[in-house]
Design a protein around this ligand. Structure first.
Ligand SMILES: [Zn+2]
Length: 299
């Protein structure tokens, strides 16, 4: 039995992953972020045990928010998306909670999602692709021949903290102003909407998207700002990497065509002429991408 576990800032999700890369019996829980790392680890382990029962787990793959050292299985840095997560020894902690695991692999959740897209999703067959995930946070990963380039500090592709002119006022999850995540991620979209005088009862990014779809101007403006910020950030990343394709996934991509079209048109209109025609493709694996990719054997 192979199980993938995705530890995100909003939810924990786990599933059995079959040999063809399909996720089965997906189980989810809200991440108990206010209760701290021990509660998160307990909940995550409980989710895995629910799936495995008493069976032996041949491999448990964990994709977690934060910068992850996959060799030692340690979180080397984390933002307020998961408070207190920095320094957590994931392999040690999960091994102490789940006994019947033969092998455990740990990596960053966006890196995991990218590996999943490479295995059975939108990046299959590519030699150089950038995978961008926009959800509770914003992250990216560079896939070279199906492998992740993790960077010197396990932070390659961490576009959350790319400078964006429109993000001067909201403070990023890392505590600094001027960063992409503060406007482009789901919570950033809501903050922007509130900052523009939007309805304070709105707490989720998809509610802003629904209101924008109904023609609410404030919601439409916030959605535009979020989509344009991401489109511009993609121009920045492809200018450095020069990939064959950019793959975009994550919860915010469910915001609908208003968001997606604005993001793509911004990207296309600001792309340097030498890169004209570069495709932005939707990720295929939806909310189970990180679960599937977490189980890949590469470290
Ligand atoms: Zn930041």
């Amino acid at each position: 039995m192979i199980i993938g576990l995705d530890i995100g800032g909003t939810k924990l999700a786990a599933a059995r992953v079959g040999p063809q890369g399909h996720a089965r019996s997906v189980k989810t829980l809200p991440t108990p972020i206010l209760e701290g790392p021990t509660a998160i680890l307990d909940a995550a382990a409980g989710l895995v045990k629910k799936i495995s029962g008493l069976s032996e787990i041949s491999r448990l793959g964990i994709g977690s928010a934060g910068a992850i050292d996959p060799v030692n299985g340690v979180v080397t840095s984390a933002t307020e998306t998961l408070p207190g997560w920095n320094g957590v020894h994931l392999i040690e902690e999960m091994s102490a909670r789940i006994e019947n695991v033969q092998r455990m692999v740990v990596r960053n959740d966006v890196h995991a999602h990218a590996l999943g897209e490479s295995w059975v999703g939108a990046a299959q067959g590519t030699n150089l692709a950038v995978v961008v995930i926009v959800g509770t946070g914003v992250g990216a990963s560079v896939l070279r021949a199906g492998s992740i380039d993790p960077g010197a500090h396990h932070l390659a592709g961490a576009i959350a903290h790319m400078p964006v002119a429109s993000a001067i006022h909201p403070i990023c999850s890392c505590g600094k102003p001027g960063h992409l995540e503060a406007v482009a991620a789901g919570p950033g979209l809501v903050k922007q909407y509130h900052g523009l005088g939007g309805d304070p009862r709105v707490t989720k990014g998809h509610e802003v998207a629904i209101r924008a779809g109904r023609g609410e101007r404030t919601a439409g403006f916030a959605l535009d700002q979020s989509a344009m910020a991401l489109g511009r950030a993609l121009v920045g990343i492809v200018s450095v990497v020069d990939p064959e394709v950019v793959i975009v996934g994550g919860g915010v991509t469910n915001a609908g065509p208003l968001w997606w079209d604005r993001m793509v048109t911004t990207f296309e209109s600001e792309l340097p002429p030498a890169l004209e025609g570069l495709e932005v493709r939707r990720a295929k694996l939806g909310s189970v991408g990180a679960i599937i990719g977490a189980t890949c054997d590469e470290v």
